[in-house]
Design a protein around this ligand. Sequence first.
Ligand code: HSE
Length: 309
Amino acid sequence: MIKIYAPASIGNVGVGFDILGAAIEPINGDLLGDCVTIQLSENFELLNKGIFSNQLPVNNKQNIVWKCWYKFCRVINKNIPVSIVLEKNLPIGSGLGSSACSIVATLVAINEIFDNPLNKKELLSLMGEIEGEISGSIHYDNVAPSYLGGIQLILEDDDVISQQIPHFKTWFWIVAWPGIKLSTAEARKILPKKYTQDICIKNSRCLASFIHASYSQQSDLAAKCMKEFIAEPYRSKLLPDFLKNKEQIKKLGAISCGISGSGPTIFAISENIENAQKISLWLTKNYLQNKTGFVHICYIDTKGVRKIG
Ligand code: HSE
């Protein structure tokens, strides 16, 4: 029996739409991600557990886990039945890479129990393909960090899909999920198909500056460059009072604040724990819409997917 954990992630990282993704882990040691336990069996079986399992489809054939197993068997051209327990610890449609967590944990678990027929690149490519079927188009900015850890820059080249870039070890990442759902497919549909030259230049400048600042370890510059012109201006209206909240969070000392993935989770960055705690408290009081919502102060998770238990 094998148990695999895949961490939550912040897609886009506030500056690189579909191009940057960061894996995160709460500083208090909580698991913020999905777990998959697998063993070989007579027939395919799936049991859903975890606090958010009530959000999963009743028909298991609509579950991402089944899709992963079905696709994997087709790729290797063998039908090997397995019994899987999915621990759904992340809310669906949260902007924390919930579907990516299930995909990454499941595919890594299946690959492992089948004696690793797929290499890392083949596995990541399959992860992106399945993520694309769920969210409307292929994007690796959640599956890549959840699989490989750290902040991943999506290269999408024939030979290499993604590589890690340096991150700031002094940064605390505060994530707040308000307790409501936002479908990634819907949040992608509302984006323009074309952008003006001016927007393309501003966006390239910010992304290039962020990458440069990350490599030269200029924390202030990196935080200042975290501006997003492709999605945030269109999606901000889908989140509860996003612009007002962002302003307030910055007043509390955040050096950056943005939408995590397609939202409604927002993230903020602080360089010291006192401000991180202040921001976390403020978000708990003002951003959460119901009792299921949560706030976590996180580090970058450098390990990515892993065996646990
Ligand atoms: N890059 C994707 C998007 C991430 O913003 O649509 C989804 O979590």
